[in-house]
Design a protein around this ligand. Structure first.
Ligand code: AP5
Ligand code: MG
Length: 214
């Protein structure tokens, strides 16, 4: 099963992608997580990505596309995978389609998690992220067992630098300009499925499972 998650920043792509990956035993590939790990480790890629991410802008296509095309050809991706945060532009989507076609392959689903902008800005203020392992929480909707501490690794949780309200607004603008056109792109390919991401996160997951098991 090869799935792409679409949706605005904060729509819940990561939250749902982790649940799907867990249920089907396939890798969850998040370009945002890959960039954040590179920033943490001080790599050249991390240094370049940080310049864009801190401003709420997209990292240039050439830095993302090769990375993903290499990743999906690794052994653990044979049974499928779930891409979260990639593709994010039409050129990225075209490269992915072409790379898969050259392997005689194609995506099965593009799942669009739909949430209105107004809801996103308030939701992001409550997100907390683990700077060590990348786990994500929400102060109200997905609270850690001990306030401010990661359930998985015990590190202190932070508000991601790009979750400050002004940067969230910038990311939403970038989303509408550069990423939203992918909804039409995948609709035309006949693999688009939209779920209401404003529901409780377990309900959103049930709606996604209903699509994948249909
Ligand atoms: P990335 O890390 O992908 O960020 P994003 O797309 O902005 O999305 P988020 O991770 O912020 O949101 P999400 O949809 O995963 O929501 P989550 O599940 O956490 O990318 C960061 C940056 O990296 C980009 O801005 C760009 O610079 C760069 N980048 C990455 N990929 C790139 C690419 N392909 N090309 C170029 N640049 C790239 O949920 C949000 C919060 O809401 C959480 O607190 C969660 O607990 C809560 N929540 C989730 N679902 C619900 C629900 N149903 N109800 C209530 N709360 C919920
Ligand atoms: Mg995410």
């Amino acid at each position: 099963m090869k799935i792409v998650m679409l949706g605005a920043p904060g729509a819940g792509k990561g939250t749902q992608a982790i649940k799907i990956a867990d249920k089907y035993g396939i890798p969850h590939i998040s370009t945002g997580d890959i960039f954040r790990a590179n920033i943490k480790n001080g790599t050249e890629l991390g240094k370049k990505a940080k310049e864009y991410m801190d401003q709420g802008l997209l990292v240039p296509d050439e830095l993302t596309t090769n990375l993903v095309v290499d990743r999906i050809q690794q052994e653990d991706c044979k049974k499928g995978y779930i891409l979260d945060g990639f593709p994010r532009t039409i050129p990225q989507a075209t490269c992915l389609t072409e790379a898969l076609a050259s392997l005689n392959d194609a995506l099965d689903y593009a799942i669009n998690v739909d949430v209105q902008d107004e809801k996103i800005v308030t939701r992001m203020g409550g997100r907390r992220a683990c700077p060590n392992c990348g786990a994500t929480y929400h102060v109200k909707y997905m609270a850690p067992k001990i306030e401010g501490i990661c359930d998985t690794c015990g590190a202190e949780l932070i508000l991601r630098a790009d979750d400050e309200p002004a940067t969230v607004q910038k990311r939403l603008d970038v989303y509408h300009a550069q990423t939203q056109p992918l909804i039409d792109y995948y609709n035309e390919k006949g693999i688009l499925k939209t779920v209401d991401g404003d529901k409780d996160l377990n309900e959103v997951f049930s709606d996604i499972l209903a699509i994948l098991e249909a």
